[in-house]
Each structure stands twice: as structure tokens, then as C-alpha cells.
Design a binder for this molecule. Structure first.
Ligand code: HGY
Ligand code: MN
Ligand code: MN
Length: 421
């Protein structure tokens, strides 16, 4: 897709080949045999990706800082250091079988904007900051969007630092190790806010491709609830224990999940109910399972509907089922968020001025922008995902779409820098 009217908007054209090269290089950091990436939060691969980003940034003279939960800030100075920054960013961490664009696109597009401004000697009054949020994916350590949620005060810092991965390594230990391996940098306080925040991200769904639109002007993010359910039965010998004496946690968990699915079934197919993690213990073929834990990821754009569905799920996940005891706890309740109408308009105007086909949309995936929007005027820009595939190693977005989105990001950030917000 050609970017029309290159100078009509008076803002500089980004360097598309540089952006594409950076994606290819980042895709090799944690790259998997199937063409995806496994660059989970605070792993050596995540540290390597941050290292590489910092090399590109410091080569330009940008300064770097890190806050107590590991959110990374790269700053391009403006003429007025006293003014709050215009911000952009996303995440470098990935799912274990993630794609090459989820998160990293917004980070590299943001860096591309900073470098484009340098290449064209654009001076801004406001500083411009690129943020790399820590642990957006919530796969190695829970919950999802950990860094931005802690920065916003939605998740206590101590709880996040104490979170353990499957091997018992805590965020605190892994973060200390990463910080020791990164170049020394300024320590930032929690609670980053700015004049404006605009995040570029792949859509991770099929809508833009189906509608043949290159740019998603994101107006909102739907709500997300995360629950952890525990089913407790009684371990018993697989050979000697008759069914009538069993308290089989797996049988009970399956029956409960079937009941939950029936309860939340949505003919309009708007509600999203996912059991993504399911653990059976002790996990021996010869022992009747005594315990099952599973996650529930629940999403919906309407806060009321999400809340009452979540409460109904908690009701059903307590008490006895199939001779086993069930309990559940709330891991995260993230409300839907509306983006700042003025910034959404700036994104739309940028797409119009560049002659790009765009559409307004609500994000089905959650993003760090959700927590920034609670405290800073925010907006997002989407680019298409091929066949809507994401959180999958086959994830793909064409270079020209990535470049077009980064150009819109550049135009919108420059517009935001001079807006009264
Ligand atoms: O799950 C999400 O919505 C995000 O991609 N982590
Ligand atoms: Mn993401
Ligand atoms: Mn993701």
C-alpha cells in the first residue's frame, strides 16, 4: 500500500527499510524453528532484545531509564525538559509460541519515529518517550499487562515482584538478573504518565483484513477478567478404587467447565471465555487426580455484562461438584477503556491525510495502553494480521502494512505534541 501525499501533512516520512530490517533482527532473538518467537518476560532472550534496543537508542543519544517493575523508558529530548512527554510504546516479551509482531511492532515503530525525527532534524518542545512495558503477555509470570498495571497502581508492586514462574523463580529475582545484565541507567519512579500516549500494535484478529482496511483507529479496549479455579478431590489407586468411591478432580473439573460454558454461552458470539491453562496433579497415569487447577480468561466490551458474568462464574466455582470441592479467586479484573476522542481523531486524520483505508474498531486483545488510558490521554493504531492469526508462530503482517502504521504513528505523535490535551 503506497503512502500518498508524502509531504501533504508536512511530517517526515519514516524509513521503511530500516523498520523492516529491525523486525527481522528482533525476530531472530528468541526465534523458534516454526518461525515464531519465544521471548518470555525477563528471560535471557527478553534481556537480549532489550539490550539490542538500547544499543540502537544510545547510538542516537537517547537516554534510558527503568522503573521498579522493569518498565524501560527511552527518551528523545525536546527543547522543554519541564514539559510532560509524548509517549509511545508496547512490549518486547512474547507468548511461549508467539508471533514475530505482537508487541515488538509497537516498540520498533516507536523507535522508528524517534529516529525519523532525528533524520529530518525535527525539533519538538516536548520530550518523546518510548516505553517497553515489562511482562505484557502474562505467560511466564501472571498477571497479563503486569508492568503497565503496576505502573498504574492497579496491581501492587510487592505482589508482582513476588509472582513466581513454573520453576519457582520470582519476578524480583529475574528482574534483578536482567537489570544487572543491562547497561546502567537512570532509575525511574513508578507511575509514568505523559501528555499523550499512542501505541501501535497488530490487530491480532481478522477484521482489518476482512474489511480490506490497512489502519485500525482503535476507540476502546474490551474488558478482561482473569480467574484461577482449584478443584480438590482425593488421590487414589487407579487399579483398586471403584468409581463410586472416587473423588476424581479431573472428572469434576471437566463437568464444571462444561457447566460454565453452557452458562456463559453467547449466541451473539461477543463474549470470550477461554480455559488456557489446565494442570492435573499429581499427574501420574496410575493415580486418580486429587487436584486440578485451571485459568479462565473472560472478555467482553460491556462492563456490566462482564461483571455479572464473572460473578456468576465465581458462584458456580464454589462448593461441591462430582464429590470434589471447588474454589476460585480473582487474578485480575481489567475494565473496558475508551480512548481519548481527540487523539483518536488525530489518528483518523493522519490516516485520511496519507490516503490510507482505515476503520474504527474496539480492541479484542488487551494492551498496556489500557492502563495508560486510566491516567494519560491515550489511543492505539492497529495494522492487519494475516488471517487474524496471533498468539501463534504463524502470525504475519506485511511490511507495507507495518510501515504504513508506523507512518500514522509518527504523524499522530507529532500532532499530539502540539495539542492541548
Ligand atoms: O491476551 C492479550 O490480550 C494480550 O495479547 N496479551
Ligand atoms: Mn501484545
Ligand atoms: Mn499478546
Amino acid at each position: 500500500m503506497e503512502i500518498h501525499n508524502p509531504q501533504a501533512t508536512g511530517t517526515p516520512l519514516i524509513n521503511g527499510p530500516r523498520l523492516s530490517d529491525r523486525h527481522r533482527e528482533m525476530a531472530r532473538i528468541g526465534g523458534t524453528a516454526n518461525g515464531g518467537v519465544n521471548r518470555q518476560a525477563l528471560t535471557p532472550e527478553d534481556t537480549q532484545g532489550r539490550h539490542r534496543l538500547l544499543e540502537w537508542a544510545t547510538a542516537r543519544g537517547y537516554t534510558a531509564g527503568i522503573d521498579p517493575i522493569g518498565n524501560l523508558f527511552i527518551r528523545r529530548a525536546g527543547t522543554r525538559a519541564d514539559l510532560s512527554p509524548v509517549m509511545t510504546g508496547s512490549h518486547l516479551d512474547s507468548q511461549p509460541t508467539g508471533g514475530k509482531y505482537d508487541g515488538v511492532y509497537g516498540v520498533l515503530a516507536g523507535l522508528e519515529v524517534l529516529e525519523t525525527l532525528d533524520d529530518h532534524n525535527v525539533v519538538t518542545e516536548r520530550p518523546i518517550e518510548l516505553v517497553v512495558w515489562m511482562n505484557e503477555e502474562g505467560s511466564r509470570f501472571g498477571p497479563v499487562t503486569m508492568g503497565s498495571a503496576v505502573a498504574a497502581g492497579a496491581v501492587p508492586l510487592e505482589r508482582a515482584l513476588a509472582a513466581n514462574d513454573a520453576k519457582g523463580v520470582s519476578v524480583s529475582e529475574a528482574l534483578a538478573r536482567q537489570i544487572a545484565e543491562l547497561p546502567p541507567m537512570e532509575r525511574r519512579p513508578l507511575g509514568a504518565t505523559g501528555h499523550a500516549y499512542i501505541e501501535a500494535h497488530i490487530e491480532q484478529g481478522p477484521v482489518l483484513e476482512q474489511e480490506a482496511r490497512g489502519i485500525g483507529v482503535v476507540s476502546a479496549i474490551q474488558g478482561l477478567h482473569l480467574y484461577q479455579v482449584e478443584v480438590r478431590g482425593f488421590e487414589a489407586h487407579a487399579g483398586t478404587t471403584p468409581s463410586r468411591h472416587r473423588k476424581d478432580a479431573l472428572v469434576a473439573a471437566n463437568a464444571l467447565i462444561a457447566k460454565l460454558r453452557a452458562e456463559v454461552a453467547d449466541p451473539a458470539d461477543v463474549l470470550r471465555f477461554t480455559v488456557g491453562r489446565f494442570e492435573v496433579s499429581p499427574g501420574s497415569p496410575h493415580i486418580v487426580p486429587g487436584k486440578v487447577t485451571f485459568s479462565i480468561d473472560l472478555r467482553h466490551p460491556d462492563p456490566e455484562h462482564l461483571l455479572c458474568t464473572g460473578d456468576r462464574i465465581l458462584e458456580l466455582c464454589s462448593g461441591e461438584i462430582e464429590h470434589c470441592m471447588v474454589s476460585a479467586n480473582v487474578v485480575l479484573r481489567s475494565t473496558p477503556v475508551q480512548f481519548d476522542a481527540r487523539l483518536v481523531t488525530a489518528v483518523r486524520h493522519a490516516a485520511e491525510h496519507r490516503g490510507l483505508r482505515y476503520m474504527s474498531m474496539v480492541s479484542g486483545a488487551t494492551h498496556d495502553a489500557k492502563y495508560m488510558a486510566d491516567r494519560t490521554p491515550s489511543a492505539m493504531i492497529f495494522v492487519p494480521s494475516e488471517k487474524g492469526i496471533s498468539h501463534n508462530e504463524l502470525e504475519h503482517t506485511d511490511d507495507e502494512d507495518l510501515i504504513a502504521g508506523a507512518q500514522i504513528l509518527c504523524d499522530a505523535l507529532l500532532a499530539a505534541a502540539t495539542m492541548e490535551l
